[in-house]
Design a protein around this ligand. Structure first.
Ligand code: DSN
Length: 416
């Protein structure tokens, strides 16, 4: 792999080779990561990276865009067919830029937005004061019920009635339950707000039919393409036709220049993959695996936030083991298991420490692991957390993890 690069730039080639080994040997439970297919990687690494194609298909500012037009039109048509939407912009470089463009398309600076609290499952672009969103717009937030740890729809509605936001944003990065998009639509209509659904985490589950779709309810939908959707790094904005012109100009020329045509090609490949019957099975397996992993961890005495999961991820409260989220992340890392610390609802600890771990099953499911394998993974996790940081115990788990993972191919690396 990468023979030319290895000769020309051995330092970069070595770092890539090391990450191929890392991605192969470790158990990846980062809920927002996945393994893109060989076809997606080929499109990402194609000569389309050489082309400037500012504008949109048929309306470009440079000559020679006929193939870029083909690629972008295919991506738009495929993603609209996949999600049942009227209009799509496939140029956003990232989820944050997609959300920025969605706000620019519908709001003016100073307008009010109601979004989910970051420390209860939201995202930086849903109103964090350290993000452009919290600086440009006035935010109020909703969160989860203290007992059930599920979205407090009543409080959200009350806040919406009092705050009168111009836009309500829903979608989450650390929420394990089905989101009731119909309820958000009802409240948006009542207060006259635009409804934006940021489906980045669950896009693949929606494409695979295992999470209800926001398409009948949302005015705009944003998503990254590299999480459960298993495409290249990047993002999309789907909308009702009436918003399409504003969305397009909010992306280009307002917030981006030339689109990454190679990334758009890879997105198109991923949208076609996500439309196959095999992807439906994949999406169902992600959820079944998450439920199996949550069940096994709960069986081992760990507290799962909200008592379980309906989607691809779970939040684990590790405070019951007298450790912090950071310590748990470090311990699992030493055992060859990659996960991230994460605030749990009403977390008494700061964001760099936290009381929780976020675990997700999209990547392990892409490797073909099933529910029995989740029991094995839960066993490794429980053993590691109980090892009290002991180096030799963690090294022993790490070598068993490596033996375990060696039985599974990795899409894009040792499989297609
Ligand atoms: N960084 C992403 C996540 O891990 O959920 C959100 O953008």
């Amino acid at each position: 792999m990468h023979e030319i690069l290895a000769t020309q730039d051995p330092e970069i080639a070595a770092a890539i080779a090391d990450d191929i080994r890392r991605q192969t040997d470790e158990i990846n439970l980062i809920a927002s990561e996945n393994y893109a297919s060989s076809a997606v990687l080929e499109a990402t690494g194609s000569v389309l990276t050489n082309k400037y194609a500012e504008g949109y298909p048929g309306r470009r500012y440079y000559a020679g865009c006929e193939n870029a037009d083909t690629v972008e039109t295919l991506a738009i048509d495929r993603v609209n067919a996949l999600f049942g939407t009227e209009a799509a912009n496939v140029q956003s470089h990232s989820g944050s830029q997609a959300n920025m463009a969605a706000y620019f398309a519908t709001l003016t600076p100073g307008d009010r937005i109601l979004g989910m609290q970051l420390d209860q499952g939201g995202h930086l672009t849903h109103g964090s004061p350290v993000n452009f969103s919290g600086k440009l717009y006035e935010f109020a937030s909703y969160g989860v019920l203290r007992e059930e740890e599920t979205i407090d729809y009543e409080a959200m509605a009350t806040t919406a009635r009092e705050f009168k936001p111009a836009l309500i944003v829903t979608g989450a990065t650390a929420y394990s339950r089905i989101i009731d998009f119909a309820r958000f639509r009802e409240i948006s209509d009542e207060v006259g707000a635009v409804l934006l659904v940021d489906m980045a985490h669950i896009a693949g589950l929606i494409a695979g039919g295992v999470h209800p779709s926001p398409a009948p309810y949302a005015d705009l939908i944003t998503s990254t393409t590299h999480k459960t959707l298993r495409g290249p790094r990047g993002a999309i904005i789907l909308s009702r036709r009436s918003f399409a012109r504003k969305v397009n100009s909010a992306v280009f020329p307002n917030s981006q220049g030339g689109p990454m045509v190679h990334a758009i090609a890879a997105k198109a490949v991923a949208f076609a993959e996500a439309a196959t019957p095999g992807f439906k099975d994949y999406a169902a397996a992600i959820v079944a695996n998450a439920q199996a992993l949550a069940g096994a961890l709960a069986g081992g005495g760990l507290r799962i936030v909200s008592g379980g999961t309906d989607n691809h991820l779970m939040l684990v409260d590790v405070s019951t083991r007298d450790i912090t989220g950071q310590e748990a992340e470090d311990t699992l890392r030493a055992a060859g298991i990659i996960a991230n610390k994460n605030a749990i609802p009403f977390d008494p600890l700061p964001p760099r420490v936290t009381s929780g771990l976020r675990l997700g099953t999209p990547a392990v499911t892409s490797r073909g692991m099933g529910q029995a394998d989740m029991d094995t993974i839960a066993g490794f996790i429980l053993e590691a957390l109980d090892a009290g940081g002991g180096d030799s115990a963690l090294a022993s788990i790490r070598s068993r993890v490596k033996r375990f993972t060696s039985a599974f191919s990795v899409p894009g690396i040792s499989g297609s």
